[in-house]
Design a protein around this ligand. Structure first.
Ligand SMILES: [Zn+2]
Length: 98
């Protein structure tokens, strides 16, 4: 598995919600605008390589894109490729505190 595959296979909302969702796209890209990371809630600067997941909430009929910052992507790699869940737990806790 490559680094990108590891990042992309991570479930962003594990057990977190019960709405009916269709994923349109899930890929690595270079951001053009500033976004907020869905994991840590920190700002993502433009021209940063991020994971972007676009999906439609079929209950609310809205389409949204979720971004994951570089630091959180690295934390996901640690988890998926090395089984170390400490970095991603730290990043998630950061987001929950905001
Ligand atoms: Zn982040």
């Amino acid at each position: 598995m490559t680094r990108d595959q590891a990042i992309l296979c991570y479930n962003l909302f594990e057990g977190d919600r019960d709405s009916d969702v269709t994923i349109f796209s899930n890929k690595m890209l270079v951001s053009r605008k500033q976004h907020t990371c869905v994991v840590c809630r920190e700002d993502i600067a433009p021209k940063t390589r991020v994971r972007a997941q676009t999906e439609r909430d079929n209950d609310d009929k809205i389409v949204m894109t979720f971004y994951v910052c570089e630091t959180c992507c690295s934390a996901i790699v640690e988890l998926v490729l090395r089984g170390n869940d400490e970095p991603i737990s730290t990043r998630t806790a950061l987001g929950m505190g905001k």
